[in-house]
Design a protein around this ligand. Structure first.
Ligand code: MIC
Ligand code: SF4
Length: 641
């Protein structure tokens, strides 16, 4: 039987397990990346493993999330990461060099390689034919130490592309269309492979926009073939030697095939507050817009920015709209400046922000109260913009620029002819903002610089056979890690300070939770389906761990968050009968006995002592996961404690 592209890369990197969907496999990891909001913790964890040098082919530490430096905290974290990178053999991408995924695609991604990153949008690398996955910081720390990365062998979806995008319709609309078809849960347990004759019409940055937002489907990752288009991209980045061709076998078998005709797509938007709440721009043209933000790891390539500049050229944005533009990398910004397109953007009235995540993670540029904000980003979860009642719509750069000009949600096709952009043959290469690590023989003398904001991470205790605890919080479906551990300008600087962060845990749902959890000592959380969707931030597990959460019982979990809970030594149980969710009430006193046996059998009984009821739970963990939970998490397990 033939293999899909992803199966070929998995086969070449398999170190444990067999490739039967649903079973646990271990993969050798060629490259890792971290960003600063998850990086401090990942490097503290790496240091605690006690290895002298990273054992990957390439590891890069990016600074792109926490760049406001409104106090000493961010700057201290940056110095810590810079010094750790220098000591342990990691390249350091300085603040200002760009968003990790954009820079990695431009400068480091290689077809056929495996990459894990402590950021959920690491699958952006799938645009260049990498098997690139988001992971918790602990998993990245272990991979940097040469350890394997464990996942459940995914099933395969093929999206068969035909036709060609029409003017004003873009790769973002492809992402939104697949979200419309599959929903934010539809990719869980799958790798999404993009194929068909339409693929050759898409550039690498367009492909990367599509694989980037595969994260919003809950997919393990998304991947494109590596073909002549990939080769041309690598050539234009001066890296043609990194090219290898990659295609699926003609008789490769997929679990599901979805057809999308690119020629039939229209400009789309994801409406508040979920990336799968899709409508056409035509339908929404009455809506007044207050703010437009262009950038993020989804849409900040040179082509995206040139398109925006061409739409804005010679025009002024509507007086009621505030427009921000953040180019994805130093390379993009430099080239925009060199060709004059940056002047067109500035002249239109846009505020040009630095090459970083910025508004995407609520680092400034929050909308006005109840403000309508159109963003070329990938997430529009409630409150993520920093304005609790902000109404965020996810759009393409074309819809964003058109709407900034008119002040209303605008189908750009109404603006007449779509301006053509001319892409340069060669990108401008200047890697001076990527600092190389010290040589191995000098590494010992490099001092790791720690500021007062860097606090030790919480340690979990080994498993006990009986868990008795109150249900301190009951939440609904699709709870995101932005609900569990919000980000934003006020909180993000404390990502290396779990005790401080804990005050904001679940703040979007219930501000009293941290206090109640601490008072309870031990507690259990109950959630609906797709619990923990969204980011890879392990803080959404480490902070509950600090607050005494011992187990989360949910209808289903998002992949990375479930792994992060286990890594932190928190038990993720699923209801055998989803209806039992309705029988539980916040405050109920709960008990699970015989946990050691339960882990082995994969079944547990949850007793509701308050209501005198019992519910069946599923805890179907691999042997390795069982051992981790017994030891009290991944680090304890790895260190053999
Ligand atoms: C996000 O987009 O939510 C983030 C911020 O990039 C996160 C990582 C983090 O929380 O630091 C992600 O996507 O993993
Ligand atoms: Fe940064 Fe936003 Fe991309 Fe996350 S989704 S990596 S915050 S740009």
């Amino acid at each position: 039987m033939g293999l899909t592209i992803a199966q070929k890369i998995i086969k070449a990197h398999l170190v444990e397990g067999d490739m039967t969907p649903g079973s646990e496999i271990a993969l050798r990891i060629d490259q890792t990346l971290t960003q600063d909001a998850t990086g401090t913790m990942a490097y503290l964890e790496f240091e605690s493993i006690g290895i002298k040098r990273v054992r990957t082919e390439l590891s890069v530490a990016y600074i792109d999330h926490n760049t406001l430096q409104s106090g000493f905290e961010n700057a201290d974290d940056h110095r810590y990461i810079q010094s750790v990178a220098k000591k342990y053999g990691i390249r350091f991408s300085r603040p200002g060099n760009g968003i990790c995924h954009q820079v990695h695609l431009e400068r480091f991604g290689k077809p056929g390689k495996t990459l894990i990153g402590s950021d959920s949008h690491t699958p952006t690398g799938g645009g260049i034919g990498m098997l690139a996955m988001g992971a918790g910081g602990m998993d990245v720390a272990v991979a940097m130490g040469g350890g394997a990365y464990y996942i459940t062998m995914p099933k395969m979806i093929k999206v068969n592309l035909t036709g060609k995008l029409r003017p004003w319709v873009s790769a973002k609309d492809v992402s939104l269309e697949i979200l419309r078809i599959l929903s934010v849960k539809g990719g869980v347990g799958y790798i999404i492979e993009w194929g068909g004759e339409g693929v050759s019409t898409l550039t690498v940055p367009q492909r990367a926009t599509i694989t980037n937002m595969g994260t919003e489907l809950g997919a393990t990752t998304s991947i494109f073939p590596s073909d002549e288009v990939t080769k041309a991209f690598l050539e234009s980045q001066g890296r043609v030697d990194d090219y290898i061709p990659l295609a699926s076998d003609p008789d490769a078998v997929y679990d599901r095939i979805i057809d999308i005709n690119l020629s039939e797509l229209k400009p789309l938007l994801a409406c508040p507050h979920s990336p799968d709440n899709i409508k056409t721009a035509e339908e929404l043209s009455d809506i007044k817009v207050d703010q437009v933000c262009i950038g993020s790891c989804t849409n900040s390539s040179l082509a995206d920015m040139l398109k925006v500049a061409a739409i804005l050229k010679g025009k002024t944005i509507d007086p009621s709209v505030s427009l921000s533009v953040s180019p994805g990398s130093k390379q993009v910004l430099t080239m925009l400046a060199d060709c004059g397109a940056l002047s067109d953007i500035i002249a239109s009235g846009a505020r040009v922000l630095e090459c970083a995540c910025g508004p995407c993670i609520g680092m400034g540029f929050s909308p006005n109260s109840a403000g309508v904000s159109l963003r070329t980003f990938n997430r529009n979860f409630e409150g993520r913009s920093g304005t609790r009642d902000g109404q965020v719509y996810l759009v393409s750069p074309e819809v964003a620029a058109a709407s900034a000009l008119t002040g209303y949600i605008t189908d750009p096709r109404t603006l007449g002819e779509c301006p053509e952009i001319e892409m340069p043959e060669k990108f401008k290469i200047n890697d001076s903002a990527v600092l190389m690590p010290a040589d191995e023989n000098e590494a010992d003398s490099v001092e790791v610089l720690r500021g007062p904001n860097i606090k030790p991470f919480p340690e979990s205790a080994p498993l006990e056979d009986t868990l008795s605890a109150p249900l301190t919080l009951k939440v609904g479906d699709n709870i995101t890690t932005d609900h569990i551990m919000p980000a934003g300008a006020k909180i993000l600087p404390y990502r290396s300070n779990i005790p401080y962060l804990s005050k904001f845990c679940f703040g979007v749902c219930d501000e009293t939770f941290p206090e109640r959890a601490l008072a309870a000592g031990k507690s259990i959380i109950v959630g609906g389906s797709n619990y923990g969707q969204g980011s890879s931030r392990e803080h959404a597990a480490l902070v509950p761990l600090y607050l005494g959460v011992k187990a989360v019982v949910a209808k289903s979990f998002a992949r990375i968050h479930a792994a992060n809970l286990i890594n932190a030594g928190i038990l993720p149980f699923t209801f055998k009968n989803a209806d039992d969710y309705d029988r539980l009430t916040q405050g109920d006193s709960l008990e699970i006995e015989g946990l050691f046996d339960a882990l082995k059998s994969g079944k547990a009984i949850l007793k509701n002592l308050t209501k005198n009821e019992t519910y069946e739970l599923v805890c179907d963990f691999s042997e390795r996961q069982q051992k981790m939970l017994i030891a009290g998490g991944l680090l304890k397990y790895t260190k053999g404690e």
